[in-house]
Design a binder for this molecule. Structure first.
Ligand code: GRF
Length: 266
């Protein structure tokens, strides 16, 4: 780009919004030339730019969890809930389906808003979905991360947040996924099958259980001496690396969904 040239963010936003696409924001151009050219994807309703395109809110992440929340902790550490951190994103909301779990304690220690939303308190799945949609819109959430969330998400919520919900699964999808494949049941099935590698998968969530577009995977060896516990612990270490990496890539606009495939841009 030539020295002093300036791309009006509003022009870009207007073009892409008219196409119904995610808005790309070019941040950091100065009058003396482009010092930093960061391309980040944010939903159009969040663009919130001033005339010079200088203001860029951080990518806002919500995490849904049902248990201890060690993956949540990785995200809290990497993406603190502040506008002035060096991170590309911030975790600003934690939602659980039940009270008294480790994930809530972790949110509280990090000073992050948390909400307990038990699906059983709603008359219909749709009402549950509407509640989630309201909660995430209220916080202007860009991305919802399922980190050990064990409840079924209602279709209206999945549709409203298409390509903006990701899940981490402790096996190499599309194998060892689907209904009933959670917790140690996954690792027991892996061990019983005799496969020599397992791992973890981060994928977009769509209406097909554990079948949404795969974003990234990491592998681990499987040994004949493994128990489900040993294998789970080996995989969890990889999950802790993978999940923040994927959130970072999405926050930086490097992830594109093309049909059922995901393209990662450098
Ligand atoms: C992880 O193994 C994740 O893959 C699965 O649930 C587990 C959650 O663990 N979906 P934690 O609560 O993050 O420790």
């Amino acid at each position: 780009m030539a020295k002093g040239s300036y791309l009006s963010p509003h022009t870009i936003c207007a073009c892409l919004q008219s196409l119904g696409r995610t808005v790309l924001i070019f941040k950091g151009f100065s009058l003396t030339g482009p010092r930093v050219a960061v391309i980040r994807a944010v939903p159009s309703y969040l663009a919130g730019l001033n005339d010079k395109g200088k203001y860029m809110p951080k990518f806002k992440v919500a995490v849904m969890a049902s248990g201890g929340g060690t993956n949540l902790q990785q995200l809290l550490d990497r993406f603190p809930d502040r506008e002035d951190s060096a991170a590309s994103a911030r975790v600003c909301l934690v939602v659980t389906n039940r009270p008294g779990i480790g994930a809530l304690e972790r949110a509280s220690k990090a000073g992050v808003r948390s909400e307990v939303v038990p699906p059983s308190e709603f008359e219909t799945p749709e009402a549950f979905g509407d509640h989630l949609i309201g909660l995430f819109r209220e916080e202007a959430i860009d991305l919802v991360v399922l980190a050990g969330y064990l409840k079924k998400l209602p279709p209206n919520f999945i549709a409203a947040f298409q390509n903006r919900i990701i899940n981490i699964h402790p096996a190499l999808l599309p194998s060892f996924g689907g209904k009933g494949m959670y917790g140690h049941l996954v690792h027991e099935a892996v061990l019983a099958s005799g496969v020599k590698v397992s791992g973890c998968t981060v994928h977009f969530v769509d209406e097909r259980y554990d079948r949404g577009p795969i974003i990234a995977q990491r592998t681990v060896p499987v040994y004949h001496t493994d128990t489900a516990e040993i294998l789970a612990a080996r995989i969890l270490k990889e999950e802790h690396q993978l999940l923040p990496q994927v959130v970072e890539m999405i926050a930086k606009g490097r992830v594109e969904v093309v049909g059922n495939l995901v393209h990662i841009h450098s």
